[in-house]
Design a protein around this ligand. Structure first.
Ligand code: ADP
Ligand code: MG
Length: 238
């Protein structure tokens, strides 16, 4: 334990919550399947970034996580890679419809970036990802969602539109990510986020990532996450 504490300190990682899994030093430590290790190597990712060292084992353990680290620190892979593991771990509930992983992001640019990162890891397993955001034809998105997917990456407003149009159901969704939560609040998406969260089963795994942690984001996190582990890397603003 002393060694773990020192390792965290050397990386400027702070954690809070009960029974926090220890940080990893390598991707091998995460116990990923060979296909996933190959996909990681193909990205040129040699070792996990600091946030990944601590967030990966916690997310993989199934816990809810609040992850706070500055932009460019590699937060995306901390939720995308475990999402692939989560989907592959599902029992044969494939008769059901709708995405298993749902990622909300504040802007279409960011949703698109996450989509590209997701595809790199999903491809090896034939997992289908759909991107859903404004500026694209609603009819095309409707058709794509109707065709089925395991992952949806969306801006909150457009996801609500698609839910209203019954383009998808959330009955299979068990892995929810709110990325750049601070920016989603700044853009006024709190009501949409609450509506989306309210449509996803309460026994889901919920992850919230942010570069800063203002009080109102903290408050939402306390309401919608269960027994979360909070991981902070470096100094973080409010
Ligand atoms: P954040 O969401 O924290 O702003 P990103 O997830 O967008 O950061 O990652 C920033 C950059 O770092 C991206 O170009 C990504 O491909 C790269 N990256 C992520 N993880 C690793 C890694 N383990 N090794 C090398 N580069 C990485
Ligand atoms: Mg990011």
């Amino acid at each position: 334990e002393q060694e773990v504490a020192e390792y965290r300190k050397s990386l400027a990682i702070r954690v809070s919550g009960f029974d926090v899994p220890r940080p990893v030093k390598t991707f091998e430590d995460c116990g990923f399947a060979p296909e996933l290790m190959r996909a990681i190597a193909k990205q040129g990712y040699e070792k996990p970034t600091t946030i990944q060292c601590q967030a990966l084992p916690i997310v993989l353990s199934g816990r809810d996580v609040i992850g706070i680290a500055k932009t460019g620190s590699g937060k995306t892979a901390s939720f995308v890679i475990p999402m692939i593991v989560h989907i592959m771990d599902q029992p044969e509930l494939q008769k059901e419809e709708g995405p298993i992983g749902v990622i909300c992001a504040p802007t279409r640019e960011l949703a698109h970036q996450i989509f590209l990162e997701t595809k790199k890891f999903a491809k090896a397993y034939g997992i289908r990802a759909s991107a859903v955001y404004g500026g694209m034809s609603k009819l095309d998105q409707f058709k794509e969602l109707k065709a089925g997917c395991e992952i949806v990456i969306a801006t909150p407003g457009r996801l609500i539109d698609m839910l209203k149009m019954k383009a998808l159901t959330m009955m299979r969704a068990t892995y929810l990510v709110l990325d750049e939560a601070d920016r989603m609040f700044d853009l006024g998406f709190e009501p949409q986020i609450r509506s989306i969260v309210g449509q996803i089963r309460p026994d889901r795994q919920t992850l919230l990532f942010s570069a800063t942690m203002p009080h109102k984001v903290e408050k939402l996190a306390r309401e919608i996450l269960s027994d979360p582990v909070r991981v902070t890397v470096g100094e973080v603003g409010m």
